[in-house]
Design a protein around this ligand. Structure first.
Ligand code: WTA
Length: 644
């Protein structure tokens, strides 16, 4: 087996059946993936399974399919026609239940509306919507026409929305009159209007009525969905697209610069996700699957829309906050809809853990069969709490490691094939077809238990097609560090049993409550404040959110630090990016530690913010600035404590 350079040897593989599947997937990847792909409905079969011109991979070349056909049409030809596709619950408690038959007619009508608005194959459509059924319906309607959707998380600001619309030059934006969040209305249309003012490509907007609150509508640009539906056609032929036609673009943060538009294919992406959710979650048509992520993140794309609907399962979609109106809202939803598979983030679990198990005890959670975790490493305490108090010591926990770029789950237990013995905090083993490894700075495999960088050594079907409009950045970000290997940006170790443990980001990407955001975007937002000359952002360990944002800012000449300026800067960053950019701490300093080449040493700032030792400072340009930062930090801490 050694000639195959498997990421672990069979003696470390605790279950035989899974090892056999895995071993074959690495030995004969093309045969293996072709077999998997045959489970989906193709209008035309592929001529080549994989075309690998490093670093660009094209899967199922020449094959033709349509994502909305796979997620909807093929179910209405079976008994699933009358079964539930979506259980939706709004934050105020309103409920909508959509069968596959209803979903089918809605997707067709929405596609007809898009077509009438001039959307055709290859056009980009921006979706800025709350968590309402119209969001997945519009995604599927875009896919039906071969149009490419870009969902922008409804927590993002006008500027962040405009940046994304401008990058893809979207002609059409879909939004809503608002959405409910913690009892308040998020004014999405207002934000969208501010964004459209900065986005010349947008010709039309479609507005969904959700809250009923009055909003300004611009004549011949803004149209109410409800009005358009009256004239919509009941059927639109799904447009067959080649397997490598983009299904969607989703923006995510990288090490530097503006967010990257990650482009995913149709065929490879769907095959990867169809398989991954079967393997990791044992997903079936009878499952009631609830992923609590927002559709605006990759987790929502795969886990709320494409994987469960491709399987004909029922999904739960919930609009609002987890603790609204009380801390048992989620447990109430699980009981009410008989959720069988529940997928959430370690941040959420830690939050519930803090309030104790009385809230979950009020509900019958016996429908649950399997629990999942995603977005950040799960600490063993949270894992155990989740296992005991939510899963009733009955449900395996699948800790799934993946990324926006990977398109689907890459490392995870696979109870759908055979479940390995679980170790709380470890994502366990790579999924079939995923050649994951841990290497040192020179790209050599590290020893067991040694920390290194996580890489993927072979292309996989869900792999991103590239970064929208920027092939050079794609090569640079993922393939330049270790030639021939996809660089994930994560630290990891493989223990002596071959289990993978993910140890967090090795780059300047932060994970705030599992949400991915780059220091560069936060720093840009901070320095765009008129009184800020320079800023550096680092993260601080947070017991609930995993990480929180700490800003070190140098003010312009003549500006004086004050509590009100801190508040102003906080509001400014929220306005520029959105509420996820809220800093936990802001420190006004007069210098930032830099290398001799002028790069900010975030490592030093991070150590200061986390009360850790600073380490090697030999490359510092001016060591005095470190002392200054330490002093400033300590003084501010003291002042803050005194103020309490
Ligand atoms: C982190 C989210 C540890 C990791 C699907 C990765 C995880 C980044 C896990 C991608 C996990 C995701 N254990 N860390 N199970 N899952 N991560 O693109 O740092 O929003 O690189 O995709 O989340 O975040 P993204």
């Amino acid at each position: 087996m050694s000639h195959l350079s498997l990421p672990f040897e069979s003696r470390y593989w605790p279950v035989k059946k899974l090892f056999d599947v895995y071993e074959r997937s690495i030995r004969e990847p093309e045969e293996f993936w072709a077999e998997q792909a045959r489970q989906l409905d193709w209008f035309k079969t592929w001529s080549k399974v994989l075309e690998w011109e490093p670093p660009f991979a094209r899967w199922f070349v020449g094959g033709q399919l349509n994502a909305s056909y796979i997620c909807v049409d093929r179910h209405v030809k079976t008994w699933r026609k009358s079964k539930v596709a979506i259980y939706w619950e709004g934050e105020p408690g309103d409920v909508r239940v959509l069968s596959y038959s209803t979903l089918y007619s809605e997707v067709n009508k929405f596609a007809s509306i898009l077509r009438s608005a001039g959307v055709t194959k290859g056009d980009r459509v921006a979706l800025y919507l709350p968590m309402i059924p119209e969001l997945p319906i519009f995604m599927l309607a875009c896919a039906r026409l071969g149009a490419i959707h870009t969902v922008i998380f409804s927590g993002f600001s006008a500027q962040a929305l405009a940046d994304r619309i401008n990058d893809i030059e979207a002609k059409l934006l879909v939004t809503a009159d608002g959405g409910f969040r913690r009892g308040k209305v998020v004014p999405l249309k207002e934000i969208a209007d501010d964004a459209v003012a900065l986005s010349p490509s947008v010709e039309k907007t479609i507005v969904v009525r959700r809250t009923g609150k009055p909003v300004a509508m611009k004549q011949s640009r803004d149209f109410w969905l409800q009005d358009l539906l009256e004239k919509a056609a009941p059927f639109v032929e799904p447009v067959p697209v080649e397997s490598n036609h983009p299904l969607y673009i989703l923006y995510t943060s990288g090490t530097t610069g503006k967010p990257k538009g990650i482009v995913h294919s149709t065929g490879g992406y769907l095959v990867q996700n169809y398989c991954a959710y079967k393997w990791a979650f044992d997903l079936k048509e009878e499952s009631v699957y609830w992923c609590t992520a927002d559709v605006g993140w990759v987790t929502g794309h795969s886990s709320i829309v494409y994987a469960p609907l491709a399987h004909g399962a029922a999904i739960v979609l919930y609009e609002g906050a987890p603790d609204y109106p009380s801390l048992d809202r989620w447990w109430n939803i699980i009981e009410k809809y008989g959720v069988t598979i529940f997928y959430t983030s370690p941040t959420a679990i830690r939050m519930f853990m803090r309030y104790g198990e009385d809230w979950s005890k009020r509900h019958d959670l016996s429908s649950l069969e399997l629990l999942g975790s995603v977005g950040e490493s799960i600490n063993p305490e949270a894992w155990l709490w989740y296992y005991q108090h939510i899963g009733g010591e009955r449900c395996p926990i699948v800790d799934t490691w993946w990324q926006t770029e990977t398109g689907g789950i890459m490392i995870s237990p696979t109870p759908g094939i055979e479940c390995v013995p679980l170790k709380p905090g470890s994502a366990t083993f790579p999924l079939p077809g995923v050649d994951a490894a841990v290497v040192n700075e020179s790209g050599e495999l590290v020893n067991p238990e040694e920390r290194g960088l996580l890489v993927i050594r072979k292309p996989w079907p869900g792999m991103l097609l590239g970064i929208y409009g920027n092939p050079e950045r794609y090569k640079e970000a993922y393939w330049s560090r270790f030639p021939g290997m996809f660089y994930t940006g994560d630290y990891a170790i493989k223990d002596k049993d071959g289990y993978f443990w993910i140890l967090g980001r090795a780059d300047e990407v932060l994970k705030i409550a599992g949400h991915r955001i780059g220091t560069a975007e936060l720093e840009d937002a901070a320095v765009s404040h008129p009184q800020v000359a320079e800023a550096a952002v680092v993260s601080k360990a947070d017991p609930i959110k995993g990480e929180s944002i700490v800003v070190f800012a140098i003010l312009n000449e003549g500006s004086t630090p004050s509590v009100s300026l801190k508040k102003e800067l906080t509001d400014h960053m929220r306005r520029m990016v959105g509420p996820i950019a809220t800093p936990d701490e802001i420190y006004f300093v007069s210098k930032l530690p830099k290398t001799r080449s002028g790069k900010i040493m975030r490592r030093v700032l991070k150590a200061v913010a986390n009360d850790a030792t600073i380490g090697d400072l030999t490359t510092l340009e001016d060591e005095a600035s470190v002392e200054e930062i330490v002093r400033a930090y300590q003084e501010l801490k003291k002042a803050e404590e005194e103020a309490k």
